[in-house]
Write a protein that binds this ligand. Sequence first.
Ligand SMILES: [Zn+2]
Length: 297
Amino acid sequence: MPELPEVEALAHHLREHAVGRAVTRIDVVSLSVLKTATPAYTDLRGREVTGARRHGKHLDVECGDLHLIVHLARAGWLRWSDDLPAAPPRPGGKNPLALRMHLSADDTGGESNAAPRHAGFDLTEAGTKKGLAVWIVADPGQVPSIAALGPDAPALDRDRLEALLTGETRRIKTVLTDQKTIAGIGNAYSDEILHTARLSPYATPARLTADDLDALFDALHGVLAAAVDRSVGQDAARLKGEKRSGLRVHGRTGMPCPVCGDTVREVSFADKAFQYCATCQTGGKPLADRRLSRLVK
Ligand SMILES: [Zn+2]
């Protein structure tokens, strides 16, 4: 799932390439992604893209006083093109394209171009579990999952983080990924933050020492800032899907921990898994896994 760094990179790309262009057409291929009916998506036509920003893991394409809000969910992505096909896309069973936004070739106010090309972007979603969601609203706060967001992760100072974790008895992994507690962090970057902070994913926040909190605070900001730098540098919007690099444990089950060389382990659930290093994070003891560590011993 795209998390804060990837969504930030997409917003960055749109600020550089989409702002100043007018919306010329929107092709909705998958009606089920649209979560709002009023305003209609056709109301965006003719409006200028005036900004792009992030709310937690949501992307906000600002078009004057209307916002196209996107949540990419598990397998959604935004792909920019300087030359979109003019022909309307055909809905098809396996077609990952959900929505296409065409933008004007020139900055508004520019001179007319003889052969305008359709720049713009595609919202795509791979796989069968559909979660991609799009809202068109006058105020981002009208999107329920945005209204419920906790403080944005990069805005957290040490005191605020401590206050959020005081008395918290859920597992730290759960708390870090709960968007209502802290916005922007998901499964991948919580794995990375906890590994960097040398904390067990199952640690109880209320019992963290001051040193643990310092380590967590530094890891949270360090991991996210480095990931934003990498993601923006990758020009995420021109990639076909998220391509994360620089991860130390997430998605690396069975590979060596880059810090200590121990084998990265995983705990898996019905539909997802997380990774950690026992030597770095849990005093060498593997965490309980219902599958009895089938993948790594
Ligand atoms: Zn390690």
